[in-house]
Design a binder for this molecule. Structure first.
Ligand SMILES: [Zn+2]
Length: 191
């Protein structure tokens, strides 16, 4: 595996990292066959050995775009924290690992927005009490709602950002959330 880099989250994909967060993917990476970025989940088309990562000059971003990025960052932290907690609450070992990996991916999404918006730090959010989701199925239903909400968020807000690069990144991340939605539904069906 030559050194490849994710153009969206800027992480390096190598023999040590290619297999990370594998429970969050429908099809798992193999050392010689990389399908998704193991850190942010975007598809192979955004991985490259030569190009620079996508950057936008945040001084050039208008108020509306910055507002959307701030909102996107919060949404991803909120979901990342939910999955962190869901991983603790779930009974099934396989599901625990899945929630754990999903949490890592959502936090990477939050860091992508942080970089794009030039924000100083990730937000500290109020952490709701999730213990009312006291079965694996209830956790999965909540997860599935969140994925649908995130997909809708990216779709709706893509029109509000001026930068073509941000629109493209929103599309790529939305595809990742789509995959998460399929995975959570699959777990639900398999009970
Ligand atoms: Zn990535």
């Amino acid at each position: 595996m030559g050194g490849i880099k994710c153009l969206i989250c800027s992480m390096n994909i190598n023999p040590k990292s290619y297999n990370l967060n594998s429970y969050s993917f429908l099809e798992k990476n193999e050392e010689r066959r990389i399908i998704n970025c193991p850190f942010c989940g975007v598809s192979r088309i955004y991985l490259d050995s030569e190009n620079d990562i996508y950057v936008v000059d945040d001084r050039g971003l208008d108020k509306d775009s910055l507002k959307v990025l701030d909102h996107a960052m919060k949404l991803e932290v909120f979901n990342g924290e939910f999955y962190e907690e869901a991983s603790r609450l779930a009974d099934d070992e396989d599901l625990k690992q899945t929630f754990n990996d999903l949490s890592k991916i959502e936090f990477t999404h939050a860091r992508i927005h942080k970089r794009l918006g030039g924000f100083e730090r990730l937000p500290k959010l109020h952490r709701p009490d999730y213990t009312r989701h006291n079965t694996d199925d209830l956790l999965l239903i909540e997860a599935s709602h969140r994925e649908e909400h995130a997909i809708l968020f990216y779709k709706k807000n893509s029109d509000k950002v001026s930068s073509g690069i941000i629109k493209q990144i929103f599309g790529a991340l939305s595809d990742v959330e789509e995959q998460h939605g399929i995975i959570t539904k699959r777990h639900l069906a398999n009970g």
